[in-house]
Design a protein around this ligand. Structure first.
Ligand code: ADP
Length: 222
């Protein structure tokens, strides 16, 4: 079973796609979630990264790599990497680690979306701090059944501190600046797959399953 590395602008749907795939037997590794957990715990790392994240800036390569190194080195299942690598330095650190762990069975999925669509998703996003589920007030199909309440666990939904217009613009620009070299890096390894992230969430999941060589049942029109 192939592991997955997502590369995507903010709010492209990495988290949603990860949760659509995780039941197939993957370990979901989200650097954003891990960093937000550190903030909630008020740990040493949490205190360092709190303001950086709210402003939409990138946390240092060393801090995120330490989190990733700990996770990947103790893994017995295929993984979904959501939010790492985000810089060419991180891509190189990851490559060295995967070589060391003798892991080459993975594909890189680039979720392609323009800044207007991504911004609409970010500004409407509502997240559950308890179970990690994500909803969106601007898309009917993604609204919670009861306003402000998580469908899965009943917790109160919140807006992330970095899901505001100012932070979003910083995050999107940071992504554009850092992406090109990462894309080239994985293209040259024959690992990169471009997926249109403006499609329906279910269609995106099917497309990804196709790439990962999962059997996708296609509906045959009569
Ligand atoms: P999104 O994809 O919507 O930006 P994430 O949850 O992936 O959300 O990341 C939230 C924030 O956490 C980022 O804007 C950044 O500040 C920090 N972060 C997450 N992953 C990384 C990383 N690999 N390198 C540096 N900072 C990161």
């Amino acid at each position: 079973m192939k592991s997955v590395i997502f590369i995507a602008p903010p709010a492209a749907g990495k988290g949603t796609q990860s949760s659509n795939l995780v039941d197939l037997g993957y370990t979901h590794i989200s650097t954003g979630d891990m960093l937000r957990e550190e903030i909630a715990k008020e740990s040493e790392i949490g205190l360092v990264v709190k303001d950086i994240i709210s402003k939409g800036m990138l946390v240092s390569d060393e801090i995120v790599f330490e989190l990733i190194n700990n996770k990947l080195s103790n893994l017995d299942k295929p993984f979904i990497l959501d939010g790492f690598p985000r810089t060419i330095k991180q891509a190189e650190l990851l490559d060295n680690l995967l070589n060391k762990l003798d892991i080459n069975n993975y594909e890189v999925i680039y979720l392609d979306i323009n800044s207007e669509d991504a911004m609409k998703r970010a500004l409407g996003r509502l997240t559950c701090n308890k179970c990690g589920a994500s909803f969106n007030k601007y898309y009917e199909a993604l609204q919670p059944i009861q306003e402000g309440i998580c469908d899965n666990c009943g917790n109160t939904l919140v807006t992330r501190t970095d899901d505001n217009e100012e932070s979003f613009k910083v995050r999107f620009n940071t992504f554009i600046e850092n992406t090109e070299p990462i894309i080239e890096f994985y293209k040259s390894k024959n690992k990169l797959h471009n997926v249109d992230a403006t499609m329906d969430s279910f269609d995106i999941t099917n497309k990804i399953k196709d790439i990962l060589k999962w059997l996708v049942l296609k509906v045959i029109e009569k």
